[in-house]
Ligand binder design. Structure first.
Ligand code: SF4
Ligand code: SF4
Length: 149
């Protein structure tokens, strides 16, 4: 019995330290880690593909006017599945390496993007306006950081 315990202790000691020093030292997630979603408002053109595939209902799309589409991200529901990143044709939405997301402010878990949807005067179909500034207005997601996570 004692011998078995000693052998067990020896095996454990031989293995050395197996835990990470985090949170006392920074921790870099492994490659491919799926963390907090980030959105590039310069690339998003409001197609709504990400909202269509999101299984958690994080992304809600509404046309708020003839020329504007509102994308809302209720990010607290996110399961980090990565489907939105997979389907976005512009690479506008990505899952970052950020994992420290605890907050006591509900507004930190919300993001909104207003996309200008310019319709053609002849056919009525939407087209992408020439500059990013013309197609978006962004507020929210960590006050004052321009909406970038
Ligand atoms: S990672 Fe998954 S759950 Fe989170 S917003 Fe994208 S599709 Fe939705
Ligand atoms: S983030 Fe990508 S998939 Fe979602 S609305 Fe914008 S362009 Fe479309």
């Amino acid at each position: 019995m004692l011998l078995a315990k000693l052998r067990e202790a020896w095996i454990c000691l031989k293995a050395g330290r197996v835990t990470l020093p985090y949170p006392f030292a920074p921790h870099d997630p492994a490659e491919g880690f799926r963390g907090k979603i980030t959105l590039d408002p310069d690339l998003c053109f409001g197609c709504g593909g990400c909202a269509n595939v999101c299984p958690a209902g994080v992304i809600v799309v509404n046309d708020t006017g003839q020329h504007t589409r509102l994308l809302e991200f209720f990010w607290r529901r996110c399961t980090y599945c990565g489907r939105c990143e997979e389907v976005c044709p512009e690479g506008a939405i990505t899952l970052s390496q950020q994992f420290e997301t605890a907050t006591d402010k509900p507004e930190d878990m919300y993001m909104r993007l207003e996309v200008f949807m310019g319709p053609c005067q002849r056919c009525g179909r939407c087209f992408t306006p020439p500059t990013p500034l013309e197609r978006m207005m962004l507020t929210g997601f960590r006050n004052g950081n321009g909406g970038r996570a």
